[in-house]
Design a protein around this ligand. Structure first.
Ligand code: MN
Ligand code: MN
Length: 448
């Protein structure tokens, strides 16, 4: 019989035997983060890891058999991994779905200009950013330039310690009396200040273009055909004397994507159900777009596996974890949280029955039957979890990809790692929670 009273317990106290495993696991996670600053790089790195474990690229029309490990890349910016299970696919898929895009500053189409002896580039922020957090920090430029010739050029400047970085200035406090907030058009990055003496206009802009041309072979019009983003430069670091937390750019949501993949790699033998891990793009802007969860590529991939005529039955019997981060209670800002129903750091993966805002608007709520079955699986497999609601009612709210899975008649529940400073250039999360996200995915794949 269950205890009459339910007590919250810190995972370090509840399962001290997992502490070292969590610290070891997070070394791999940090290395993954450092190579995954943008969704394209994240997809590349995840595919590299999966190929090392025997995954091969999906082929249309091919018959897959139990035990086959495949991946499907969507335009270089999203990826689906799958291991074919031993049971018929009409029994349903066990799906985990995270996203690998993060808030950032994208370069505009015509970015480069010069003003007052400084070469700058215009940006357009992507996703929910608090703009003041992005000034006066080192930024890296990452992405792809597609030349009209068909050549593509990978750009990654600022992440290697020997690289230069980019920078957005801010007012000095002495002159900031009237500054209310930083505007979107204020987020202009400094890219140079040394004029080109040999050029006709002797400008810094020409000097920057010459450097880009020498190193990457690109010219100004190539910015029109590029996906380039500014992201915080530098690597993930441990926080605290006990090294129990990790500070990093892009925890949201690689902190759930990485465990989805490591859990797939850890499955022993052939799983009963076909297990699927989705790394989606575009979640931070509402999941629309060719690589977002509103696109048909995820259900279409599943239909390719189970066959069109079986799809309705397969989807109806499927279950998905919408794997995304949650907000941990922050003692610096208690007023926006309802403490009893907020996730606490290091207290297990955060499961949200519902997300949304106001009267649960814009969310897909998980039915009680699903939660009871999932929590039983977690209890039986030593997975630490806690229920969580993101902040106070009417304080704000948020959404995930869960509703877009529910649209296909797939049962879905929100689960993820609770963190501090979500969407900041440097977010913070607990190592033992990250490890239990991995354990949660393993338990789900094997037992749901
Ligand atoms: Mn997220
Ligand atoms: Mn987010």
């Amino acid at each position: 019989m269950s205890e009459l009273l339910k007590k919250k317990k810190n995972s370090f106290l509840a399962c001290p035997e997992d502490a070292q495993a969590a610290y070891d696991y997070c070394e791999g996670y940090k290395a993954f983060l450092d190579k995954s600053k943008i969704e394209r790089f994240c997809v590349e790195e995840a595919v590299r890891i999966a190929e090392g474990a025997g995954f091969v690229a999906f082929e249309y029309g091919k018959e897959y058999v139990p035990g086959d490990k495949i991946y499907y890349v969507q335009h270089g910016r999203a990826v689906i991994f799958a291991i074919i299970g031993s049971q018929p696919m009409t029994d349903g898929f066990n799906i985990t779905a995270a996203h690998v895009d993060c808030p950032r500053l994208d370069l505009k189409q015509v970015p480069l200009y010069e003003d007052s002896g400084i070469a700058l580039m215009k940006t357009h922020y992507y996703g929910g950013v608090r703009k003041y957090q992005w000034v006066t920090i080192p930024l890296a430029l990452c992405g792809t330039v597609c030349k009209r010739s068909g050549e593509t050029i990978r750009i990654d400047i600022g992440n290697d310690p020997s690289d230069p970085v980019f920078y957005i200035s801010d007012l000095l406090p002495h002159l900031a009396k009237d500054q209310k907030e930083i505007g979107g058009e204020d987020l202009n990055i400094i890219v140079g200040s040394k004029p080109d003496a040999d050029s006709e206009d002797q400008s810094c802009k020409t000097a920057v273009l010459k450097l880009l041309n020498e190193k990457y072979g690109i010219v100004e019009e190539d910015f029109e055909t590029a996906d380039l983003s500014l992201v915080p430069a530098g690597n993930a670091r441990d926080i605290g004397l006990d090294r129990s937390l990790i500070a990093a750019y892009g925890h949201d949501d690689r902190i759930c994507a990485y465990p989805e993949l490591t859990a797939l790699l850890e499955l022993k033998g052939i799983p009963k159900k076909t297990c699927v891990a989705v790394f989606a793009d575009r979640e931070e802007v509402g999941s629309m777009g060719i690589s977002g969860m509103r696109s048909a590529y995820v259900p279409d991939f599943l239909k390719e596996l189970c066959g069109d005529k079986n799809a309705r039955q397969a989807f109806a019997n499927s279950c998905a974890l919408s794997a995304d981060v949650n907000a941990a209670f922050d003692p610096n800002y208690p007023s926006v949280y309802e403490k009893r129903n907020s996730a606490l750091l290091n207290h297990g993966v955060a499961v949200s029955k519902y997300t949304g805002s106001r009267g649960k608007g814009g969310c897909s709520e998980a039915p009680a039957e699903l939660l009871a079955k999932l929590f039983k699986i977690f209890d039986d497999n030593g997975v630490r979890y806690q229920t969580a609601e993101l902040g106070k009612v009417d304080q704000g709210g948020g959404g995930t990809v869960s509703q877009f899975l529910a649209d296909h008649n797939i049962l879905v529940v929100d689960i993820g790692v609770a963190m501090l400073s979500m969407h900041a250039p440097y977010e913070a999360a607990g190592k033992i929670d990250i490890y239990h996200m991995h354990k949660a995915c393993v338990a789900f794949y094997e037992n749901y």
